[in-house]
Design a protein. Structure first.
Length: 68
């Protein structure tokens, strides 16, 4: 989830807000963003909807690489 933090910020959400939307703890969102843990497959569509992107966008390392 290399791009989750960036996408979350672009969506104007804090970790706490995203956690509330996804019905998980803030520490879970922090772990996803740091790479310490990964969301289950069933959470991926929910995460993408919450931050207004595709699932693939969550794994793009940065915005420049999306243009490639």
């Amino acid at each position: 989830m290399k791009n989750l933090k960036n996408r979350r910020k672009m969506a104007g959400l804090t970790q706490v807000q995203l956690a509330e939307i996804l019905k998980v703890g803030q520490s879970t969102v922090a772990a996803w963003e740091s790479g310490e843990a990964y969301p289950t497959a069933d959470k991926l569509p929910e995460i993408a909807r919450a931050v207004n992107c595709t699932i693939d966008d969550l794994y793009v390392e940065n915005e420049e690489k999306e243009a490639m």
